[in-house]
Design a protein around this ligand. Structure first.
Ligand SMILES: Cc1ncc(COP(=O)(O)O)c(C=O)c1O
Length: 380
């Protein structure tokens, strides 16, 4: 029996109805969405629309046509940042960004003369929303923040940051890669203008699915132009949602699977999912502290983090710990910088990386017990 603890990378297992949804679509429908008038094409179209509706229900939004499907959160983030940033603009961001944001804005800094302010955070990953306000300049055109760190799990005060963004009428983009599906998010109450999400993590959908909710009325230039299934004689990308930002044949099978994942979450209830995750986080933090010489990064408080915990053992490099866990004990975790280099400088692990546990909804205390037993043996 193996133990999967790499849910921060991608969730596993998925609820059976996710695979069933994909299978049923491919076997019984298999027609493209938004492009044909025959029954099966309309059925495909309806499936995509139902998925948009499930997403609006989960994130407390009211307009399914403002849900854009992409292939992952990276694409959603690139869509917003590249689509609305011009030369001379200024972007405010956190110190905990994943490369999905970081490389995107660093490239614009190099190629488009965009400037960046990185809001400081503490060694535990806490950001003071007031520091975001201090970082705003006359030419600030976007605030982009990670909702929770994929290295140390620390939740960011997005509601307060969103309120500041509203005060200055600056659009606010949230990377919800680590929170969507496990932590309650409300577009309205959290003051979010763009919610970027990925389908394959806590939303329990297939890889290659993701999206963006656009709660903002300004112009975003599409990254791609092409077929939308309508207005075909018009030489440009249409300017109405969702077609203005969605082009080419969508991944309908994946979208159907994603909808099944989201329906599973809605049926279980996000509060129940979050409660179970918190209990497991508290248990893991308590048990990890039994290991001699361990350094646990980030807050040791299940109220402040999502199910992502990074640590290092004193004498054994992170890669070796992960290798031993896999080879000798069948326990899957990840080691390294986890595509988020800036936070490692703050926690002091930029040269060594960390071992990262990613807890998922289908993990149980017995998985953590096996991890702790194995770590104690490796540590001797
Ligand atoms: C915070 C954060 N942002 C972005 C990403 C990128 O996700 P994807 O590869 O699904 O686009 C990840 C995934 O590792 C993440 O943890």
């Amino acid at each position: 029996m193996t133990v999967y603890l790499d849910n921060a990378a991608t969730s596993f297992p998925k609820p059976p109805q996710v695979a069933k949804g994909v299978y049923d679509f491919m076997i019984n429908i298999g027609a493209t969405a938004g492009r044909g008038a025959y029954q099966r094409a309309l059925e495909s179209d309806r499936s995509v629309y139902e998925a948009r509706k499930s997403i609006t229900r989960l994130f407390h939004y009211n307009n399914p046509s403002r849900v854009i499907f992409t292939s992952n959160v990276t694409e959603s983030i690139n869509l917003v940042i590249n689509g609305m940033t011009k030369e001379g603009d200024h972007i405010v961001t956190s110190s905990l960004e994943h490369n999905a944001v970081w490389r995107c804005i660093k490239t614009l800094e190099r190629d488009r003369g965009v400037s960046i302010s990185t809001v400081p955070c503490t060694v535990e990953g806490y950001t003071n929303a007031g520091d975001v306000e201090k970082a705003i300049q006359k030419n600030t055109t976007l605030i982009v923040f990670n909702h929770a760190s994929n290295v140390i799990g620390t939740l960011q005060p997005i509601r307060e940051i969103g309120a500041i963004a509203r005060k200055y009428k600056i659009p606010f983009l949230v990377d919800s890669a680590q929170t969507a599906g496990v932590y309650p998010i409300s577009i309205k109450e959290d003051n979010i203008d763009f919610l970027a999400f990925t389908g394959h993590k806590s939303l329990l959908g297939p890889m290659g699915t993701g999206g963006l909710i656009v709660n903002w009325d300004g112009k975003i230039y599409p990254m791609k132009s092409g077929g939308t299934g309508g207005d075909s004689a018009y030489p440009y990308q249409p300017d109405y949602f969702p077609n203005c930002l969605e082009t080419g044949t969508p991944n309908v099978a994946g979208i159907v699977g994603l909808r099944e994942g989201i329906e599973f979450i809605l049926q279980e209830g996000i509060e129940k999912i979050f409660k179970k995750e918190k209990e497991l986080i508290a248990y893991t933090l308590e048990k990890l502290q039994e290991i001699k010489g361990i350094t646990i990064y980030g807050p040791k408080d299940c109220e402040k983090i999502i199910g992502v915990i990074s640590f290092n053992l004193k004498k054994i490099p992170a890669e070796e710990v992960a290798y031993e866990l896999d080879q000798r004990y069948g326990i899957m975790v990840r080691a390294g910088l986890h595509c988020a280099p800036t936070i490692h400088k703050i926690i002091g692990s930029n040269l060594i990386g960390t071992v990262r546990i990613g807890i998922g909804y289908f993990n149980e205390k017995k998985d953590i017990d096996r991890l702790i037993k194995a770590l104690k043996e490796i540590n001797t």
